[in-house]
Design a protein around this ligand. Structure first.
Ligand code: AR6
Length: 172
């Protein structure tokens, strides 16, 4: 069986997962927000490996090593920029979660931490993002029940944490 949980905190400080997910941009060459924090904590080796990946399409995911982070891997995914829901943003956000989980599973990763993809600089509404996140991951886990031990969301602020927590409560 697997556990799904939410915690409030800094995803770069998490020590109980094999992979953390980065909310990156199409270049995969770093930025602000959680992306900047992950690159700072991982060190220059991460950027060097990212340069070899030649970017990432929105909704897709790519994997690197974790360098100075305590996790073994970073999965980089690119969330959609919110534009009022007119540009397939919901489907693209679901793709981020599905493709990150698939990439983790294919690499034998059994524990993974996500941030709240797209709800910072990219302005996706938090309530809708949380529903899509929890629903997509829960469905993936139901379809692949023996592949994961732990999926957690590490949320930076109290409001975001309470929104994700209430979505997780709905599935139990
Ligand atoms: N740990 C966990 N969550 C964090 C951390 C952290 N250390 N730092 C910020 N957050 P954002 P996006 C939260 O803007 O909306 C970057 O420049 C933050 O409070 O990081 O997907 C990329 O390069 C928010 O709840 O990601 C892209 O250009 C959530 O992480 C762009 O931002 C996501 O906010 C991506 O925008």
């Amino acid at each position: 069986m697997y556990l799904i949980k939410t915690i409030k905190g800094d995803i770069t400080k998490v020590t109980d997962v094999q992979a953390i997910v980065n909310a990156a941009n199409n270049s995969l060459l770093g930025g602000g927000g959680v992306d900047g924090a992950i690159h700072r904590a991982a060190g220059p080796g991460l950027l060097a490996e990212c340069r070899t990946l030649h970017g990432c399409e929105t909704g897709e995911a790519k994997i690197t090593k974790g360098y100075n982070l305590s996790c073994d891997y970073v999965i980089h995914t690119v969330g959609p920029i919110w534009n009022g829901g007119r540009n397939r943003e919901e489907e693209l956000l679901a793709n981020c979660y599905f493709n990150s989980m698939k990439l983790a599973m294919d690499n034998g990763i059994r524990s993974i931490a996500f941030p709240s993809i797209s709800t910072g600089v990219y302005s996706f509404p938090v309530e809708l993002a949380a529903k899509i996140a929890i629903h997509t991951v829960n469905r993936f886990l139901q379809d692949n029940p023996d592949c994961f031990d732990l999926v957690e969301w590490v949320l930076f602020d109290t409001h975001t944490e309470s929104v994700y927590e209430s979505e997780v409560d709905k599935i139990y």
